[in-house]
Each structure stands twice: as C-alpha cells, then as structure tokens.
Design a protein around this ligand. Structure first.
Ligand code: RFL
Ligand code: PHB
Length: 390
C-alpha cells in the first residue's frame, strides 16, 4: 500500500489530522491498534477550548458539538467550605469553554471520516516504523492476520503515550522530562443531574475532588485517590460518601447520587518528549506529552499540535514551502510547555501531596489563598484555562 501521510493511532489527534489533510486532498491512511468499539468506549476529556472547537468545525464536525455542547462561562473553586467563582468570560474579555465529551468528538470524527471516504484500519497489530530518517519511510503491521507494508512520505505518530512511534526513536535522539504525581484520579460516570451547572474544583483537607458533567442529565465526578488504589476497593457508596465529604455542605446536600456505569482510576503525570520531529516522523498529542487532567489541557494540546502540523503539511504539499513543517516542533513545544506549566500549577495548588513537607504545604495553601483573593491571579488562571491563542 502507499499513501502520502501514514497516521498511527485513531484517537482525536490522528482522526482530526487525517480529516483536515483528507479535506485538502492529501492522501492519508490511519492504522489503529484497538477495535472501533474499544476506541468509542473510552471516556476521557470533557472540556474543549474555543481553538479546539474551531479546528473541529474546520474538520466538518461542528453540528452535534454546537447543538449538544454546554457553554461554560466560569467554574467554581471550593476551599474546604468556601466557594469562589472564576468568571472565565469576564476575566478574558468574552471567552468561554465548552463541555462536550471526548467520546462524542471521537464518534463525530469517525463518522465524518467514513462519510468522506477516508481509510482507517482498526486492529492493526505490531505496527513498526521504518527508515523515517529518509524521504521514503514505511510502516509495517498485520491487518486481519496478513503482513502489510505502507510506503509513505511522512509518518504522524498520533498513538498516545504507550504507542509505538515515540518508542521507535533512538534513545540518543530524544530528551524526555517527567514528573509522576503520588496520587491518581478515581472517576465515575452516572446518569444523575450535575450538582451544579458549572464545574467545581474542590480543594479539601481530605484531598481534591472535581464535579463535572457530560450533559444536563449525566455527571462526571472525580476524587483524588492513592496511586496504588484498586477499583474494587471503591464501591459506589464509598465513592459518593467520600465525594460529599470534600464538598461544602450546601453543595454536598444537594448532590443527587445513583449507580455509576463507568469507574476507572487514572494515574497523574507530566511528561514531555523533545523534539517532536525526527526526520519525517512527527509526534502529535499524547505521543509527545502528557499533562495531569486538572487543567483540562490534554485533548486541547493534541488539537493545537494538529493545527501546527497541518499547517506544515499543507505548506509542503500545496505550496511546496517547508518553512512551517521545519518549525513544527519548536512552535508546538512552545505552547506545550505553557500548558504543562499551567497543569502542574493547578494540580499542585489543588491537591494534597502525601510527601509534601509542612513548609511546601503552607506555600501551596498560600498560593491558593492568593489566587482566590487576587483578580490579577485569577486573570492569569482564566487566560490559561480558556486556552492560550494559536
Ligand atoms: P489517544 O487518545 O491516547 O489516542 C491514541 C490512539 O493510538 C492508538 N494506539 C496505537 N495504534 C496503532 N499502533 C500502536 N502501537 C498504538 N498504540 C496506541 C490507541 O489505541 C489510541 O486510539 O491520544 P491523542 O489522540 O493524542 O489524544 C489525547 C487525549 O486523548 C488526551 O490528552 C486527553 O484525554 C486528556 N484528558 C483531558 N484533556 C482535555 O483537553 N480536557 C480534559 O478535560 C481532559 N480530561 C483527560 C481527562 C485524560 C484522562 N485520562 C483517562 C488520562 C480526564 C482523564 C481522566
Ligand atoms: C471531565 O469532565 O472529564 C474533566 C473536566 C475538567 C477537567 C478534567 C476532566 O479538568
């Protein structure tokens, strides 16, 4: 098989890049390790920046997102029993975010690719990348038990943190930066109305909690848990009891609870790989970087990477100009590091760290007190939360 751009991974980065290229006549082929059902069953991000929405609209999938997405002009931070509202729209001169689940974004992108005749091979086993230092890279894998070779001009590694792309780069060509947090997030989905029409980020002496949603009748709740906790130790009752304890009493009392239909624990980590280009292989999204979910930045960073790479590939294929392709890594990394910093800051300020010294704990309490009391600090928070421009 041959194609112009071979995309590894059919998560949001791979599908979005694939659609944008397909729409300007650049041939793409997507190889995905998992089944379509598995890809569509993953529950992840919930908050979209306006820049991400713009990209999705360009890819032709604005309809359902605009009809069903919930516009959020602010969110609350609670500190033990106090409640503070962060007025995103007021502080940023009119910006907002939209709550629309990553599962829905992925479904919309999958449908659009099928409608427009893009090719995706699911259950592609043993994907291996070859000769990406040359102008004739190729990818091999097994599809339906058969060995396949795909010759291409470029490879886009959109295969997430555990994918094959980053791992195929020689160790001496890549530099990585990592921080693993000593806790995880236990998240549930439940068909109960959200406790508030805006998100609540709760900083509490028992640990962090987050009240989010997927719709007016579906809630997404998280609590900080121990890194090694097993999901079996967390019955629904235990989860709801613990969540209530971390919220101010008025909020806790009005929360409607019910059975969960999804429950999982996510470890928290910050990770960046530099550079994001190796010859004719480009890393995109979680394949190159991971942020803890506290700032709601992971999917949004994947979208801005796709923006920079799409501009570069469009320049190459349509205008015979490689300038934007050659600056992909530095342009993407500049924005990545700002989001890594912001996500680290939100995480550090709002969680309880088991290994923190009393001094560090007081500094973080003071960081939160300063933020909640200062319009200047809240403006910086809001500017980052709605997404830095690109
Ligand atoms: P993905 O989504 O991991 O997709 C990668 C795809 O590659 C496939 N794959 C392979 N395919 C072929 N060969 C291989 N060897 C392969 N290895 C892997 C995988 O099966 C998969 O289909 O990466 P992508 O596309 O870069 O997208 C990144 C986002 O998924 C991620 O950043 C966000 O989900 C992070 N995130 C959030 N981001 C936000 O912007 N806002 C949020 O509110 C938000 N909340 C979250 C989150 C992530 C969470 N978890 C579970 C880590 C909340 C949580 C709990
Ligand atoms: C979510 O709804 O899954 C969500 C929302 C905000 C975050 C993280 C996750 O910061």
């Amino acid at each position: 098989m041959t194609t112009q751009v071979c995309i590894i991974g059919a998560g949001p980065s791979g599908l979005l890049l694939g659609q944008l290229l397909h729409d300007i006549g650049v041939e793409t082929l997507i190889l995905e390790r998992a089944s379509l059902d598995h890809v569509l069953s993953r529950v992840r991000a919930g908050v979209l920046e306006q820049g991400t929405m713009r990209m999705l609209v360009t890819a032709g999938i604005g309809g359902r997102m605009h009809a069903q997405g919930l516009v959020h002009e602010g969110f609350a931070i609670t500190r033990d029993d106090d409640i503070h509202r962060i007025d995103l729209t007021g502080l940023t001169g009119g910006k907002w975010v939209t709550v629309y689940g990553q599962t829905e974004v992925t479904r919309d992108l999958v449908d659009r690719r099928a409608e427009t005749g893009g090719v995706t091979h699911y259950e592609a086993d043993g994907v291996a990348l070859h000769e990406f230092d040359s102008v004739k890279p190729y990818v091999t894998c097994r599809i339906g038990g058969e060995e396949v070779r795909i010759d291409c001009r470029f490879i886009a590694g959109c295969d997430g943190f555990h994918g094959a792309s980053r791992r195929s780069v020689p160790e001496d060509a890549i530099r990585t930066f990592e921080k693993v947090y000593p806790f995880g997030w236990l998240g549930i989905l439940s068909d109960v109305p959200p406790v508030s029409h805006e998100l609540i980020y709760a900083s509490h002496s028992r640990g962090f909690a987050l009240c989010s949603m997927r719709s007016r009748s579906r809630s997404r709740y998280y609590i900080q848990c121990n890194a090694g906790d097993s999901i079996d130790a967390w019955s629904d009752d235990r989860f709801w009891t613990e969540l209530r304890r971390r919220l101010p009493p008025g909020i806790a009392e009005s929360m409607v609870t019910g059975p969960s239909f999804e429950k999982s624990i996510a470890p928290l980590r910050s990770f960046v790989a530099e550079p994001m280009r190796f010859g004719n292989l480009f890393l995109v999204g979680d394949a190159a970087h991971i942020v803890p979910p506290t700032g709601a930045k992971g999917l949004n960073l994947a979208a801005s990477d796709v923006h920079y790479l799409f501009e570069g590939l469009r320049g190459h294929f349509l205008e015979r100009d490689n300038h934007l392709l050659d600056t992909y890594s530095s342009r993407a990394l500049d924005r990545v590091w700002k989001a890594v910093r912001f996500s680290w800051w939100m995480t550090t300020m709002l969680h309880r760290f088991p290994d923190q010294s009393p001094f560090e704990a007081r500094i973080m309490e003071s960081e939160l007190a300063y933020t909640l009391g200062s319009e200047a600090a809240q403006t910086a928070l809001a500017e980052n939360y709605v997404g830095l421009p690109y």
